[in-house]
Ligand binder design. Structure first.
Ligand code: 5RP
Length: 233
């Protein structure tokens, strides 16, 4: 199976196995999560799923949901009341403790807000996302207010991180998140304690959120290139 087929397979699998009518759903961001979004829409159109309300984790996911006619809410809306039944999302890395890094698509802040406030999180990945330690292949994103960029670039060095301001591809200058912040991608040569680093990074003034997720134990659905689907929970 090629990469897109694997992403579609795990996206469909997650929805078919876990989404039920009447659920309040958090919908993730990225090239894998989009397949779960499309599956929800498909099952709603067939009438298999009814009374779904969804909270998107990014502007991009909001646009896709609107295109597909999935009813949207904010976490603050009274019929969501700050709490969801289930969220489905991709991940950049998953370690053996099922700790995650997210934010490759820059949506880490709302992803964490939505997913830490869901009864259950289902993470959908291909096998390349499984690592022995976080930071092995992808940097750890740290979303910061623009005014704090330089102080935080200096501050994170004490954790052994090499920070790089994330730059835009089809625009000159940095990436600005949906919330108008910038992202420092933190590269680590050595293993770190994910629980401690998730907490410590957010303590600096101007740090908004980081992409380490240790406070949820997700169900992880892994797609393999030979067509196998593996589940960790
Ligand atoms: C976006 C994310 C994504 O879920 C993560 O980057 C994985 O994306 P993809 O499925 O495209 O590899 O955290 O902020």
């Amino acid at each position: 199976m090629d990469a897109t087929e694997i992403k579609q397979r795990v996206g469909y699998e997650a929805v078919d196995r876990t989404v039920r009518s009447g659920m309040k759903l958090g919908l993730g961001t990225g090239s894998t999560a989009v397949h779960a979004v499309r599956r929800v829409a498909e099952l709603m159109e067939r009438g298999t799923l009814t009374d779904i309300l969804a909270v998107p984790t990014s502007f991009g996911t909001r646009i896709e949901c609107q295109r597909l006619g999935i009813p949207l809410r904010d976490l603050n809306d009274p019929d969501i009341d700050g709490h969801l039944d289930l969220s489905i999302d991709g991940s950049d890395e998953v370690d053996p403790d099922r700790y995650l890094t997210k934010g490759g698509g820059g949506a880490l802040l709302i992803e964490k807000l939505v997913e830490y406030n869901s009864d259950r999180l289902v993470v959908i990945v291909d096998e390349s996302k499984m690592v022995s330690r976080l930071g092995e292949r992808y940097p750890i994103p740290l979303e910061v207010v623009p005014a704090a960029r330089r102080t935080l670039e200096k501050a994170v060095v004490r954790f052994g991180a090499r920070p790089e301001l994330r730059m835009a591809v089809k625009k000159s200058g940095p990436v600005y998140t949906d919330q108008g912040n910038v992202i420092l991608d933190l590269y680590f040569n050595e293993a770190f304690d994910p629980v401690e680093l998730e907490r410590e990074l957010n303590l600096f003034p101007g740090a908004v959120e980081n992409g380490i997720f240790t406070k949820v134990r997700p169900m992880v659905i892994i797609g393999h290139s030979d067509g196998r689907i593996e589940t960790l929970e």
